[in-house]
Ligand binder design. Structure first.
Ligand code: 5RP
Length: 232
């Protein structure tokens, strides 16, 4: 296993320690959170009682295989704790998510979670967001008009493809990735993007995370976001 994978595994496994019996747990999407889900599966086998809400079809399939009880978002008012991955995190606990294309559901789940934990490998900690392409989810009907507007703004947009076809999200939308290089003002950019009709949401997750578990070689570090506003 290479260093990145080792760091992902450590972060994922440690995050499972935050789960207590009888919790409603949000399960994120991506390779790092996969390690957390495997660990949760082991604990469920040993008697841990939880109910989980999934952020994607791929995560649901994995949870079902591991006999982790799944419930729909419609069955809950809130989620106790969500464990998810991220693509970049800056020192203000702002992040980019959506590399796996599940940003919309991930943001909805995060917004009703009392606590959000992200699991990452160490090279995802950055000083400034934007080196990782920023994903935005777009209604298929609007893909051309949105592309034109983003090109005009010089946001260097590219429609995401998979096997030469447009990538389709779990919600039957398209993803446009913005190759920004660096994001000066994430809050301003979020507002600007959300004002373009046809864009459903973007991968900027600003001050949403409470705790970050960072894998660092064979160890880990836990970063607490002391400035996070609590809504629950
Ligand atoms: C999916 C995500 C993922 O959490 C993010 O892309 C990190 O993935 P990985 O752990 O595979 O690096 O936001 O939409």
């Amino acid at each position: 296993m290479n260093v990145i994978e080792t760091e992902k595994e450590i972060a994922g496994k440690i995050a499972a320690d935050f789960i207590k019996s009888d919790m409603i747990v949000g399960l994120g999407t991506g390779s790092t959170v996969t390690y957390a889900i495997k660990e949760i599966g082991e604990r469920v086998k040993k008697g841990l009682k939880i109910k989980a809400v999934s952020t994607s079809k791929s995560t649901s399939i994995m949870a079902q295989k591991l006999n982790i009880p799944l419930i729909s978002i419609d069955q809950v008012d809130s989620i106790d704790l969500t464990i998810d991955g991220a693509d970049e995190i800056d020192p203000n606990f702002n992040g980019i998510k959506g590399g796996g294309g599940a940003l919309l559901v991930e943001k909805i789940i995060a917004s009703i979670s009392k606590e959000n934990i992200w699991v990452i490998n160490s090279n995802k900690l950055v000083n400034k967001l934007g080196k990782f392409p920023l994903p935005i989810e777009v209604v298929p009907f609007a893909i051309t008009t949105v592309m034109k507007r983003l090109e005009k703004k010089n946001f260097k947009p590219k429609v995401r493809k998979l096997n030469d076809m447009y990538f389709i999200t779990d919600n039957n939308n398209y993803i446009i990735d913005l190759y920004l290089g660096s994001i000066k003002d994430p809050k301003c950019l979020e507002i600007e993007l959300n004002m373009i009709p046809g864009i459903i949401d973007n991968g900027l997750f600003l001050n949403i995370v409470d705790t970050v578990v960072v894998g660092k070689n064979n160890e880990y570090e836990i970063l607490e976001n002391k400035f996070k506003a609590k809504f629950f």
